[in-house]
Design a protein around this ligand. Sequence first.
Ligand SMILES: Nc1ncnc2c1ncn2[C@@H]1O[C@H](COP(=O)(O)OP(=O)(O)O)[C@@H](O)[C@H]1O
Ligand SMILES: [Mg+2]
Length: 308
Amino acid sequence: MGKTETTLTEEEAAKFVGLKTGEFSAKATSLKIPGWKTGEFKQSVLVKYFEPTEDDGLDSHVIAVSNQKGGEGKTTISLYLAEALSENHKVLLIDWDPQANATQLFLKEDVPSVMDYLGYRGKKSKDITPAVRTIAENFDLLPSTLELANLTTPYERDDFELLNEAILPLRSRYEYIIIDCPPSLGLILENALICADYILVPIQTRAFSLQGIRDLYETFQKIQKKANQRLKLLGAVLNQYEGQKALAGLAEGVKRYFPVFETVIQRREAIPQAQAKMSFLAKIDLTTMKNFRDLASEVKNKIDVQKN
Ligand SMILES: Nc1ncnc2c1ncn2[C@@H]1O[C@H](COP(=O)(O)OP(=O)(O)O)[C@@H](O)[C@H]1O
Ligand SMILES: [Mg+2]
């Protein structure tokens, strides 16, 4: 039998962690401590945030790679951005799509469902740390399974913060956490965008539509306004670029809504090849890898600028 969770008001929570209410409130908002919007804080969550060992932690940058359409390059950019960043930093890739495309590239065996760890529909949440797999040096994966698709209807307000809460014990262990988002709107995506600090939007340049860009921007605004005021737009990354269109004109259209990364991801056969061989990109083609190293440097620079 699980013991009942103690829930505290903001004032009680401030007292519990030894801060003034105002200070606590500012910290809760800036760290997005689950409960920062509702004003109800679980004691167990506060312990995770305020235990002394994590004082110097919680500094990972969480980047959601998101676009509500499929085939734009979310998984591809998540994978190789993570690979490129892991050459110099500790990285966690979260496969947050029930299709589990990224997971299947790394793991042949079945893995326990990520749903087993989340406190959804009356389940007791469990420490998610054992679910994390080390794939390569500096490169860990939180795998996905089809069961994630069951995360559909919010039953409680906390259901929007399941991922946010689940990755708490992980946040201080990585410099970058990349979330590969599903190609749909709904509770799964909202969970990703609520725990993210930044959103990066891949845009496939071949089947490009301004209406699509506008819809994307509206989604971003809605989430930022209603659910996560701290969410920052890192920018759009043009993908599968072939040089057949005037890049300037294309980028202009996107720029009306999003800042556009200077780095453009070229269309390269090495990408589907690496995926078919379940291989890291650096092992397949260094020119293509360089493209993603450039993207990684630009991501780091943009974060450094936005942080301050
Ligand atoms: N720059 C690229 N060059 C060649 N193929 C690409 C490129 N980006 C993505 N692809 C291919 O396009 C398909 C869709 O990309 P994917 O990353 O799975 O999109 P999403 O995750 O947004 O659905 C995949 O088969 C992938 O290998
Ligand atoms: Mg995908």
